[in-house]
Design a protein. Structure first.
Lengths: 321, 311
């Protein structure tokens, strides 16, 4: 067997090596000292330091980024494609797609705000108990005693408001540029669901401080559920179908017939776990579909009315490719 | 003119997004329609000059034949994204340092806030409560809006205008969406700036009077016309609502087949697409403002009265 061979020859040579061991070690040390001296020479050290000045040439950098930081097309493409955070992008895009006037940047900003909200939200969770009696005190504590607690809460609130606005503006842009059309219809639907989830995230967060503002806003909001046709005790045909304040859809939302401890806990779970999870999944689908449906829709060369084919034809002839 | 009252409303921290919307929506509308106009002009030019249409790069931005049509994401897109995140972060920090998130007294079921308002993005729905019963304003309408939005791409049979701003090529789709969007924003603005204690209509600049008495009496259309017994109220209501749907349908049909081009698009629309579009356009885009008008102008609350529900 081949693998045994080196072992055998080593054991044979062992006797001879033992004899030479004393003088051998000495000469080895001498050689190594000489080598160390050489390495410690001024020029060598300088060269090594010079190398450190350019982090892109260090082993640590290379081990992390895998691709040379060079302005070559290959490096630039690989820099995007081999990075897990950037690989949602294609390597190259339409030269006009980077224009703010076309995209308004609202989709990306919405996603960034979601990240900001997750970050600040997790920090807030460290200080918050979703229980009556404790919740409101936690907010007071956060505002007065926790370092940067007020900033944290403010930022979570304003980022949430901003996210609603950017979502709307994103949809507005998508409509104005006709970006929901074939083959992107389905992704538009996913986007509408994300809009609903954004609003629900904001709404469920409203109750959590357990103050008058949130309490009455949620009371007004969930009171509408009483009117659900067939499923609410004040809705059309609700009473006829056996709906009471204690078994209708509002009861299911609040975990009770009034906004109380159960409602607080439910909105906490929806707000911090359930909706963010669903939204994350839908976001993954949304972004993935953007790529699979051919990247962002434009800016595309304009089509002319005279180039429109007759009824039944799906696509417009595009003379410029 | 009570400027103090106006300032109290506009400067409430939670109303800042609405004040921002008042500027952001017109700004982005202007930005979109400016480009739409430029593209429409280019289209007109190219329609008139087929030779030019064959060679033109068909964008309003400059382009030269030796320029590449694509650029690398790194660094050309990533630097824009990076810049955007930095700007948003700075904005959030400034906003969060200068303005505190509101915190009222601890929740108290025995002390009703007046006015007690929903979060600003749902104020449109809350304002709709004035014009419709909760089951419509709070349940049916939101559901219809969501389904209508999701159905939108499937109802638009116009193949033009993918990936560029245009108005002339997509008047119906863009017009319908803008109409709905503006309506939604307007309801929010009404809910924020105009509705005061008791959800009473206070024009901007008038003082919110907690003891304001409203003298207008809301009337029901059948009662107004002397129909006071069932089932005639229900029958009458159904006839009126049916007539509204027919009239509104005719109006919408006229609008979406206005020009020659619009007729061409109409030819491409299937019966199903057409009917579903009509349904959503009448039920959401028209019924809301019509109900608002007959309520605010004629003080009419219900049109259709039945023993189980009223519209």
């Amino acid at each position: 067997m081949e693998s045994d061979k080196p072992v055998k020859t080593e054991s044979k040579a062992a006797g001879g090596e033992l004899e030479a061991a004393g003088s051998g070690v000495k000469s080895n040390i001498k050689e190594e000292m000489a080598l160390l001296k050489k390495k410690a020479a001024k020029e060598n050290i300088r060269e090594e330091l010079e190398n450190l000045k350019d982090p892109a040439r260090t082993q640590i950098y290379k081990s992390i980024f895998r691709v040379k930081h060079e302005p070559t097309p290959r490096s630039r493409s690989l820099g995007v494609l081999t990075n897990v955070f950037l690989h949602l992008h294609p390597a190259k895009i339409n030269r006009d797609a980077t224009r703010f006037s076309y995209t308004w940047g609202m989709g990306g900003i919405t996603f960034y705000l979601f990240i900001v909200l997750t970050f600040t939200g997790i920090l807030l969770m460290f200080y918050y108990h979703p229980s009556k009696g404790q919740a409101y005190r936690d907010i007071l504590y956060l505002e007065s005693d926790v370092p940067f607690g007020k900033l944290l809460r403010n930022m979570h609130r304003w980022a949430a408001h901003l996210m609603v606005i950017t979502t709307w503006l994103h949809m507005f842009r998508v409509v104005l540029t006709g970006s929901y059309k074939t083959p992107r219809e389905f992704n538009w639907c996913v986007g509408v669901l994300l809009l609903v989830l954004t609003l629900l995230l904001s709404f469920t967060g409203y109750l959590l401080p357990d103050d008058q503002l949130g309490f009455w806003a949620v009371t007004v909001g969930t009171n509408m559920a009483r009117g659900t046709p067939g499923l609410g005790h004040e809705g059309p045909f609700g009473p006829q179908l056996g709906m009471t304040p204690y078994n209708d859809v509002r009861f299911a939302l609040l975990g009770g017939s009034i906004v109380d401890a159960n409602a607080l806990l439910r909105s906490y779970i929806w707000h911090c776990i359930a909706i963010p999870t669903i939204a994350s999944v839908l976001m993954a689908v949304h972004f993935w579909r953007v790529r699979k449906d051919g990247g962002i829709s434009g800016p595309a060369p304009i089509a002319l009315t005279s180039e429109m084919k007759g009824p039944g034809a799906r696509a417009v002839k595009q003379s410029v490719k | 003119m009570d400027w103090g009252q106006l300032w109290t409303i506009a400067s409430a921290p939670d109303n800042v997004p609405i004040v921002a919307l008042l500027f952001l929506v017109p700004f982005f509308t202007w930005m979109g329609f400016k480009q739409a106009r430029a593209n429409d002009r280019l289209a007109e030019k190219l329609e008139a000059d087929p030779a030019m249409a064959k060679t033109h790069h068909r964008k309003t931005w400059p382009w030269k034949p030796h320029w590449s049509k694509e650029v690398h994401v790194w660094p050309f897109l990533l630097r824009v994204e990076f810049l955007a995140t930095i700007i948003v972060t700075v904005l959030l920090f400034v906003w969060s340092i200068t303005l505190n998130a509101p915190l009222e007294e601890p929740s108290n079921p025995n002390l009703t806030m007046n006015p007690s308002k929903a979060p600003w993005y749902f104020l449109g729905l809350q304002e709709m409560l004035v014009y419709f019963d909760p089951w419509i304003a709070g349940v049916v309408m939101p559901t219809l809006i969501i389904i209508g939005l999701m159905a939108f791409p499937y109802l638009d049979s116009n193949p033009l205008g993918v990936g560029y701003y245009t108005w002339k090529q997509r008047k119906v789709a863009v017009g319908a969406f803008c109409w709905g969007f503006v309506m939604w924003i307007s309801l929010i603005v009404i809910g924020t700036f105009i509705r005061g204690p008791g959800w009473v209509w206070f024009w901007p600049g008038t003082t919110w009077d907690h003891n304001a008495a409203v003298y207008e009496v809301n009337r029901d259309l059948p009662v107004l016309l002397g129909i006071k017994t069932q089932p005639w109220q229900a029958v009458f209501g159904l006839v009126v609502v049916g007539a509204f749907y027919v009239a509104a349908g005719l109006l919408i049909h006229l609008l979406i087949t206005w020009s020659k081009f619009e007729k061409k698009i109409f030819e491409r629309t299937t019966m199903l697409q057409y009917l579903v579009f009509q349904f959503f356009a009448i039920s959401i885009l028209l019924s809301m403002p019509v109900k608002l008008l007959i309520r605010q102008v004629f003080r009419i609350k219900y049109v259709l009265l039945t023993p189980w529900f009223n519209i």
